[in-house]
Design a protein around this ligand. Sequence first.
Ligand code: TXA
Ligand code: MG
Length: 315
Amino acid sequence: MSDLTTQILSSDAHGIADAAVILRKGGLLAFATETVYGLGGDARKDTIVAQIYAAKGRPSFNPLIVHVPDLETAQRYANFNSDALNLANAFWPGALTLVLPLRSDAGLSKLVTASLTTVAIRVPAHPIAQQILKQFDGPIAAPSANPSGRISPTTAAHVMAGLNGKIDAILDGGPCNVGLESTIIGLGAEPTLLREGGIPTSTIESCLGVKLHQAGHDITAPGQLQSHYAPAGSVRMNATGLREGETLLGFGPVDAEINLSPSGDLIEAAANLFNALHRLDEMGATQMAVSPIPMSGIGRAINDRLTRAAAPRDN
Ligand code: TXA
Ligand code: MG
């Protein structure tokens, strides 16, 4: 896999058609979604899913999200209870992933679900993702298109920086407008928050009319692995001043090397977060300090990603 030439395809009809051919031939295609870029392959084929894990260097116990164009297609792969239907109707297409009981006739690779009895499914809203799903006409397994444990990509250039030579092509759809991965909700006995993400927890709770359970410390959603989304340098959060050698990642009206949102807009900050971390890496920042970010709305997901970026590393 190390001698592939990774092509960048533009998002016109030609590019989409080429991308669908790559998927049909069993290739790996990174594509834009509204959350982050996904690294896609045919979710029914073990060898292809194994290649996704290999390209990312991902521990194989981490199951992947299956992407489909609509709720009707999703119902071929998973059983939806009434909460699941409510959430799907309210938030699909969009930045929500549902973990649901896997249908016995789903026909998905066991590697996608890591042999669990559940499957994570999402209907993305981005027009490029929608077009490739429709043209390919099959389920696409797609984790975020970054080497495992590194910052998620929100542009084609980020994908290229991490996976050049390891995948066949990148379908360039411009920068992702949400900028953070989807929110993941498990619908077992009780609706459970498995990962904070693009849709705030409070919005989901209002739709369901109940509080979400919080996932325990067992790794049901390995997005929960502690040191995840790691930039090369160290990260210190809630910084109200700079220490020697630090580079400031700002939020709100502060004088910073890079500012997530000078006006203090959390949506704008989420969209800019991973790009800012990539840029700080490129600048060679070894110690980053981050301004305090409020824990409201999507601010919770931003703080979640930064906490993981700040976690102690194994190496
Ligand atoms: O926004 C997103 O969700 C992006 C785009 C590309 O769709 N995808 C993404 O995938 O973030 P990934 O693989 O980086 O994260 C998927 C998360 C992982 O933490 C995984 O462990 C969890 O979903 N997951 C997948 N299947 C699961 C299951 N059956 N039970 C619990 N967690 C599951
Ligand atoms: Mg990821």
